[in-house]
Design a protein around this ligand. Structure first.
Ligand code: TAP
Length: 452
């Protein structure tokens, strides 16, 4: 049965894609299993060349991929171009890996001991709707570089760029069945990655709730699993910070991609001595945040992904203390304005739960100890920022905040050169960075007796 694909900026259906059933999923996994021995046997230099070629073909189609994402996910054209470029860059980065997948030679008595990083087999990648291209690339690029074959399930809401990337891989010369994109339901295609014995690893990005069920399902086969889950990250502004800079940067740290970002700094902690001053600086920055047709080059934020999601986001605002609200287009599409809520206490629902929309909750704190305690008072631990001019404080707080990625005097979270992933219930394992291939390989130790 085909699935309708909707443009969230207009609410209209503009195409449909097939939704694969169980039999088609099993057949694709079987093809991936059969393609594995030949792919792992491709010489490292040749695998590197194919991945670089794949990157070049993505680059040739950058505008096309970006336009697809604007229509399918409502991403601003600026973001969508960055996202397609990120797939290219991540492919190029991991194209350097096959020739550098170096084991160890370990001194032992009686012979020679060496380790190999062996590919796992078929890797299943499950992608959410919020960043369809980058999250796909962070999985398939290192998985392929390590010599695995890949089956990838895009989110039902946003399948188009992943399907196109699957076609571009073939155009670049990757052998058939090495990288297959399987559109369909999570409960059918995604779940089969968990239960099918030929799939040796699942990379899941999405909600903490589904991630837990995937982890439990993978336990049955001791299947490898990487989880990138939700977040409720804190942006901590100390009184000694460059307040103008921190206030100017705060809106994009939470409203980028309409807040549908697991790294969104959706909890703003402001030291009480500068609380009023900071909010006065923040208000114009929020009100001038440009929420426009995402195809408009000057747009900083587009619509939410669906009508149902807009209802969920709205439910957090209805009984909260609203600080101030930005602008959004009226009319068709799933628009929601940037919204700043003043938390009454850390028990407020909007302070505790991941809204996954353009909603920022603000709370004052007294001192460093209280800032750290409030920042860590959550089951999540993905990202976060702190703003201060005090180097010692920057170091102390960076070490004390329990998150996988933190930035000081900036809101940087994801750079493909560095590891990305969550602490606590935000995830398990790390993607990106120089060590990502170790998540797609098993170490084999070989001892060769010298016969002495
Ligand atoms: P989910 O419902 O968890 O869906 C994520 C992906 O998993 C989709 O492709 C979905 O397929 C699939 N899926 C759903 N149920 C499944 C099952 N039982 N077995 C296997 N696969 C299944 O999340 P979402 O609604 O797409 O995204 C929103 C949430 O994801 C947010 O709350 C956010 O916390 C989290 N998120 C986290 C991150 C990172 S990087 N940590 C990134 C994006 C999103 P369908 O298309 O059929 O739903």
């Amino acid at each position: 049965m085909p699935t309708d694909v909707i443009n969230p900026a207009t609410g209209t259906v503009f195409t449909s894609v097939p939704s694969l059933g169980l039999e088609e999923t099993d057949a694709a996994i079987e093809r991936a299993r059969r393609a594995f021995p030949a792919w792992r046997a491709v010489a490292p230099g040749e695998r590197a060349r194919l991945l670089r070629r794949f990157a070049a073909v993505v680059d040739d189609h950058l505008d096309e991929l970006a336009d697809l994402e604007v229509r399918n996910a409502g991403h601003t054209i600026g973001n969508a171009r960055w996202e397609a470029g990120n797939v290219r860059d991540v492919l190029n980065y991991y194209a350097g890996a096959p020739e550098r997948l170096i084991g160890k030679q370990i001194p032992v008595p009686g012979g020679l001991d060496v380790t190999f990083h062996e590919p796992l087999g078929v890797v299943g990648i499950i992608v959410p709707w919020n960043f369809p291209m980058p999250i796909a690339g962070w999985g398939f690029a290192p998985a392929l570089a390590a010599g695995n074959t890949v089956v990838l399930k895009p989110a039902e809401l946003t399948p188009l760029t992943a399907i196109r990337l699957g076609e571009l891989a073939l155009e670049a010369g990757l052998p058939a069945d090495v990288f297959q994109v399987l559109p369909g339901k999570g409960s059918v295609v995604g779940q089969r990655f968990v239960t099918h014995p030929a799939v040796r690893k699942v990379c899941f990005t999405g909600s903490t709730e589904v991630g837990k069920s995937i982890m439990a399902g993978c336990a049955d086969q001791v299947k490898r699993v990487t989880l990138e889950l939700g977040g409720k990250s804190a942006n901590i502004v100390f009184a000694d910070a460059d307040l103008e800079k921190a206030a100017a940067a705060a809106p994009s740290s939470v409203f980028d991609n309409a807040g549908q970002d697991c790294c969104a700094r959706s909890r703003l902690l402001v030291q009480e001595s500068v609380y009023d001053k900071f909010l006065a600086l923040l208000e114009p920055a929020v009100k001038s945040f440009r929420v426009l047709d995402p195809a408009d080059k000057s747009a900083e934020m587009g619509p939410l992904i669906s009508a149902a999601h807009r209802d969920t986001v709205a439910s957090y605002v209805s009984d909260a203390d609203v600080g101030f609200i930005g602008n959004a287009p009226a009319g068709d599409g799933w628009w929601f304005p940037p919204t700043v809520l003043l938390a009454r206490s850390p028990d407020d629902r909007h302070w505790r739960e991941e809204v996954f929309g353009p909603v920022l909750s603000v709370l004052p704190f007294r001192d460093e100890e209280e800032a750290v305690r409030l920042a860590n008072d959550t089951e999540y631990g993905l990202s976060g920022s702190l703003w201060t001019r005090d180097l010692g404080r920057a170091l102390r707080v960076s070490r004390a905040v329990e998150t996988g990625a933190l930035s000081v005097n900036s809101h940087s979270s994801v750079r493909y050169w560095t590891p990305f992933g969550g602490m606590k219930q935000s995830g398990l394992g790390r993607e990106l960075g120089p060590d990502a291939l170790h998540g797609f390989t098993d170490v084999k130790n070989v001892f060769l007796a010298s016969g002495e």
